[in-house]
Design a protein around this ligand. Sequence first.
Ligand SMILES: Nc1nc2c(ncn2[C@@H]2O[C@H](COP(=O)(O)OP(=O)(O)OP(=O)(O)O)[C@@H](O)[C@H]2O)c(=O)[nH]1
Ligand SMILES: [Mg+2]
Length: 313
Amino acid sequence: MVSSDPRSGYVALVGRPNAGKSTLLNALIGDKVAIVSDKPQTTRNRIIGILNEERGQAVFLDLPGVHKPLHRMNARMMQEVRSALEEVDVILHLVDTSISWGRGEAYLFNLLEPVRPPVVGVLTKIDLMRAKQDLLPLISRYQERRPESPVVPISALEGDGLGGLAGEVFTLLPEGPPLYPLDLVSTQTERFFVAEVVREKLLHKTRNELPYTTGVVVDLFDESDNLLHLEAVIYVERKSQKGIVIGKGGSMIRAVGQEAREELERIFGAKIYLGLRVKVHPRWRDDPKVLLEMEPGRVDLSESLGDPPENES
Ligand SMILES: Nc1nc2c(ncn2[C@@H]2O[C@H](COP(=O)(O)OP(=O)(O)OP(=O)(O)O)[C@@H](O)[C@H]2O)c(=O)[nH]1
Ligand SMILES: [Mg+2]
């Protein structure tokens, strides 16, 4: 086999809420980069996950699920999606095979119709299918809408089809040097990641009462001691929601805090103190100041990248 020059570029994960984008990102990267839940609209920001291989570097952008925005926060989420569609080199369009496609999916096909980058159809959650032959009509249906797109069925949960998908991605990426240092898996700050893990545990623990109405900001990240001291604020919109988050005698917030702390201790390999507070802010999802505090930030890349090479802007 003739070896080719390494490839690199950006790959957007686009789909309806709950299609399995963040699960796929984590499976491709082999690390927990994005939080996952069974509630729609879990991802609210552009999450970067970087896959480094011999054949190149694929920088995946996990995006919020496409939905109709009713708040400033959601309008920002959809703006993230629209701008990504123009910036990236490859788009993965994730379609959930475990639900019927309907109007939401038609909207996505329309959204993707005029975009410039190549689109790969990714049929997700095939482990939930009763019989493998049920897949063929779905592949045909996808290709009726996008005859030029390859279609790759996957199960991110079982790791099925991921090798083939990575192969499609690297074939479509342009030749070029890596865009990020090779030891980096994400550009989000640890502070943002902590806030996301707390939000994930909240989504897991609370049933359907709260999914859209909580947001988390980490306002202390102190590693000066042997103990990593973290403090976070959980925003809710109403007093009744504060009650749910705190739970009977504080049981809910204790359980959320414990689960988050245990996971973060595993990931950071450090002893952690995690303090959680709840704040009622009726319009936090429309408050630009709060939304800014919830942004993923970016790690400082200047150290690991060194000086920029000459002849490049
Ligand atoms: N059975 C099965 N479930 C999956 C698979 N991939 C994702 N899921 C489940 O689908 C749900 C949604 O997964 P996410 O990865 O959070 O979906 P998402 O597209 O990122 O959702 P948003 O961020 O809300 O847009 C979770 O309960 C996952 O465990 C899969 O391959 N098989
Ligand atoms: Mg997600």
